[in-house]
Design a protein around this ligand. Structure first.
Ligand code: FUB
Length: 349
């Protein structure tokens, strides 16, 4: 499959080294389009990667995230890691979503009973980020969006985890441009602004989690906080920028332990915390990924062909914040359950 008209293409030769002169640990899965926020899954033995289809946008920074103006979704797939990557045609477009006005940001997909459920954020006509779901019969799409956003779901970066008992959970939220701070009271309050709650010594905002209904289309309960605590059991505070949650929540389970990983935003780490329940509380454990090239960092962790992998993105192909490319590297769990830190660059001594 190839490029549809209107998509942005990486025109320049791929940089061999970062602006700091470092070698990249991995190369883009594709340079046919810009593709970020990779959420990977294995369906029937094939790897599918769902993400944001980055395109040129305004560079104005009067609102955080304003330049991320994506207006359709594309899907990548491959038979195996390292093999040829298929760039599928648009899975659906902004114009197909009756309630959405702009900014199709980071999505995720789940499969249940042979149907595929594509969860995504977008701003409505009032500029409020809502979460929607679209359904389809094939992993690569097309998907048909539901006419209304999911009641009780808001902000950005939905991701779905289906536990061994078949219960599905929706995680979501992101602060600053993702607007989670505007929902701190449970109601949407635009006066909360574009940053966080400016409470560096108070508990940080948490990602949200809720059980999904059996039909996967609604929340089965009000969303609650997936609280992240330190080793003493105290919630991480808003000023703990190296550790606290910013956006990009992702869940994986290994040996009965639930791993919540996420971006720390302005400190540019992927961090993780673990729990014995999918809803937490989660104890902070460390960083998974050091800062990549580019402001944003967003990932997924998935077992493929018996090996754990980290999918992530950077700006190697463009050197521009809003034009990102997805990559994949191996991820290793230590015998004690901790995750070995990954450096997106190869640093020679
Ligand atoms: O791609 C738009 C936004 O950038 C995502 O929703 C965030 O996670 C960040 O990667």
């Amino acid at each position: 499959m190839s490029l549809l008209s209107g998509a942005a293409v990486a025109q320049a030769p791929l940089a061999a080294r970062s602006p700091d002169g470092l070698a990249y640990r991995a190369q883009p899965l594709t340079t046919e389009i810009y593709f970020a926020d990779p959420s990977a899954h294995v369906f029937d033995g094939r790897v599918y990667v769902y993400g944001s289809h980055d395109v040129e946008g305004p560079q104005a920074d009067d609102q955080p995230g304003k330049g991320f103006v994506m207006n359709d979704y594309r899907v990548l797939s491959m038979a195996s890691i390292g093999g040829p990557v298929v760039v599928h045609p648009a899975a659906f477009a902004l114009a197909d979503v009756p309630w959405a006005n702009r900014q199709l940001w980071a999505p995720d997909v789940a499969r249940r009973h042979g149907r595929y459920f594509f969860y995504f954020p977008a701003k409505d006509a009032a500029g409020v980020f809502r979460l929607g779901v679209a359904t389809g019969d094939r992993a690569e799409g097309p998907f048909k969006p539901e006419p209304e956003p999911i009641p009780g779901a808001y902000s950005i970066d939905p991701s779905v985890f289906i536990d061994d008992d078949d219960q599905a959970y929706l995680y979501f939220g992101g602060i600053h441009g993702g607007q989670l701070q505007r929902w701190a009271s449970g109601q949407y309050e635009p006066q909360a602004g574009d940053t966080d709650l400016k409470q560096p010594d108070a508990p940080a905002l948490s990602p949200k989690v809720a059980r999904l209904s059996a039909d996967m289309l609604t929340l089965a309960e009000p969303a609650r906080d997936a609280v992240i605590v330190d080793e003493a059991g105290k919630p991480l505070v808003g000023g703990d920028l190296d550790r606290r949650f910013f956006e990009a929540a992702w869940m994986h389970k290994r040996n009965g332990l639930y791993y919540l990983s996420y971006s720390t935003g302005e400190t540019h780490y992927i961090a993780y915390a673990t729990a014995t329940s999918p809803t937490g509380p989660f104890t902070y454990r460390g960083h998974v990924l050091l800062p990549v090239q580019g402001w944003t960092t967003h990932h997924s962790i998935v077992e493929v062909e018996g090996r754990w992998r980290l999918f992530y993105h950077d700006t190697q192909a463009s050197s521009r914040t809003h034009l990102r490319s997805a990559k994949v590297v191996d991820l290793t769990h230590n015998p004690d359950g901790t995750i070995q830190l990954i450096d997106p660059f190869i640093r020679q001594p």
